[in-house]
Design a protein around this ligand. Sequence first.
Ligand SMILES: Nc1ncnc2c1ncn2[C@@H]1O[C@H](COP(=O)(O)OP(=O)(O)OP(=O)(O)O)[C@@H](O)[C@H]1O
Ligand SMILES: [Mg+2]
Length: 639
Amino acid sequence: MADGPVLARLHFGREDAERDVTEGLLLRGGFLPNAAYRAALSGRKMLIIGRKGSGKSAICMQLSADGGQHAGTVLVTPDETAGEEIRRFELQGLPGDSAKALIWRYVFAVHAARHLVTHAKDAHRRKPDSVKALARFLKQNGESAGGRLGDRLAQGARGLQTSLSLEAFGVRAGLDLAQAQAPSEGAQAARQLEVVEQGVAGAFADLGCAGGHGPLLVMVDQLEQVWSAEADSNSMVIGLLLAAKHAVSLYGGAVRFLLFLRADIYDSLSFGEGDKFRGDELRITWTEQALRDLALARARASAGAEMTAERLWAELFPAAVEGEETASYLFRRCLPRPRDAIQFLNLCQETAWLIHGRERITEADVLQAGRQFSDWKLKDLALEYLVAHPFLKHLFPLFQNTGYVVTRAVLGSRFDAAAESLHRLFPAYTDVLTLPGVIDVLYAVGFLGVRRGNDVVFAGGDDLPVQAHETEFHVHPCFRAALGATSAIDLRHFEPLGATTRVVQGGFHQYNDTGFASYPTRDHQLVQDLRRSCHSILAQTSRAVSLAQDARDEITRQINRVLDETSILLSGTASSFDLEDRLLVTTHYFDTLAAQLLASGLDGTTGAGDVVRRIEEEARRMRRRLGGSYGSSGSSAGS
Ligand SMILES: Nc1ncnc2c1ncn2[C@@H]1O[C@H](COP(=O)(O)OP(=O)(O)OP(=O)(O)O)[C@@H](O)[C@H]1O
Ligand SMILES: [Mg+2]
């Protein structure tokens, strides 16, 4: 075991699977076999769909490393040039999607052919004619060597558009074949491709690969590298889906395909055949428990096998942050995906060890890391959806420096104020840039959750989209710090007098030692009245069960601050003050509170109305009492 503090060794890995394999922990005990991995391994699902950072590439990497189960693995990751080739690929006489499907089918056929040539030698130790033919075909078309996908694609594309060398399959010239029976460029390419595909299928059959041993696994990842909102990009992905489906039926059990797609890309596709892929889809989801497991696995892999959950969460991390168990505090502030969890955890470790040179992470470190993390994630969210929802970043100001609970009505008025400039900036998106449209988008990307019963539901599982009757939304905890929206509702904080003075509990007995006259005095009575008012507001708040818990907590917190002050007033430890002035300030605070609650839109159905009325009533009562000291009737003041 290495020397030095454990915290120095603690590391949760790299935040992308590609680097996590080479410099991180992914293949060193850091991988967690999840449902998506099992589905991919068993071949039950072909489309693995997940948000950015949800672990698509990690599954690719793990499957590539698994070995054994498969006769071979091929990972296709298009780069700029490859994407450009595919996007530009067109064939006269064929609709875009079908043309793109042809080029993907060609890519698959060539990969399968290359696999077969080595596989026949290594695994079957024989070379049937069909395999020899493939080797010749690859050579004649310049496909034997590795080379960059983009360059090879360019070549293949030209071949399909004009003619491939098909002599290896006994077809004298691709062009002959084409001229004989194909009227259009598209049909000509399709005929040539069929010859190649038949050659590949024939070789698999001759070797008896299907069922004889594990299949060849062809994986396509990182399509987002070449993704843009243009129709060509759309066709490129749809073509890929169609090609994979075609190839599955053609090669039977000999080849298995796995396409890893970003959810924002997949969800933006629209094509007639879409319904045929539902059964092939698997969406990657992460629960808090899975993220805890991931954290522990990675802590073990970096800091030593003797690491336990108890040590991690009570010794290295503080046991609680802001009164909440640390792991739950952290994971509630991440979108549920491993990249976010890894980043947040590493940031806590770095804040404690690198910045402050500590050997344990403190609550302050977590809070500091949390602010930084929130900033990152707000920016990352806008980037993640830059193609699908380029306006996203411009919606964030609607939530800045206010409470994180927003009603539809309040959001509506904020949106109305911003709508014109949004429409001017994004004229192509005016149909989405409506209040319901914006709510749908913000919910779908995980920025807003919706209040359902006593829960707040964030997108992620199979939950319903936001329904028209739903009116209360909560900004995800991940983004609150960056937006300056850290309390539920935008309530002015009550600043107790002499907050720096130590509060002496049960200070009644010191009362006579202070400047006040006899006991009980009118002053004493006034403070007691204020306490009663506070308790009655608190009771009303706790009865408002349909009000969001966070909002209730916030009101309770502020009223408790008022109560704290009454203790100071009664103890007489506060520095000099004029009691009646002070009580007027408090009364005025109640008015503000009621007005802010109303402005938050949390009235009527949410039960805030009763709380507002109670606060107003108590303010009136206080004012009447205080008015008495000036000899007025008390009923004229402010009610
Ligand atoms: N099942 C898993 N077990 C352990 N670590 C995982 C798992 N899935 C993902 N990770 C880790 O989470 C991080 C993000 O995963 P990955 O890079 O695979 O995401 P991605 O979905 O490919 O994202 P992008 O869309 O940005 O490419 C990586 O560090 C990866 O190692
Ligand atoms: Mg990836």
